[in-house]
Design a protein. Sequence first.
Length: 162
Amino acid sequence: MRFRFVLALLLAVAGVGAYGGSVLATPMSGVTSKLFAIGHVDEINAKTLSSSWQARINTKGESDIWMLENTIAPGGSFGWHSHPGPSLVIVKTGALTLYRADDCTGQVVEAGYGFVDNGGDVHLVRNNGTVETVVYVMSLVPRGTVSRRIDEPQPSSCPSIH
């Protein structure tokens, strides 16, 4: 009898966990992605310095580099999500609005500009305009990462942004 009670309790907890997990994610809508390539690289220790500019990229362990194109319809959204590593994003056409969970303030990024997602940052990207937006993305993630996108729940601090 005790075994059945424990089994029933475990199944109930698992069911609630599965149900709660699916409710918490915020889905993408109006987004089409085209994967150009995934490349494997060894540890990176790149450094470029000049008198007026510098760049450093350092990794520990092997990485995968993902290159893709995302097309976002007017009103389309990526939903709340994060990434396991940094992404460099360039807006080719149109404009998008980037919302970060830490402040919920929309940052408009127009064609010819871009932004850097450091990885681990919960954010949402929307096309609040009236024309299609095309963005190119280069993501650096740990080697073997199955998905460069991690669905996240809508932050309670940003209740009106979907």
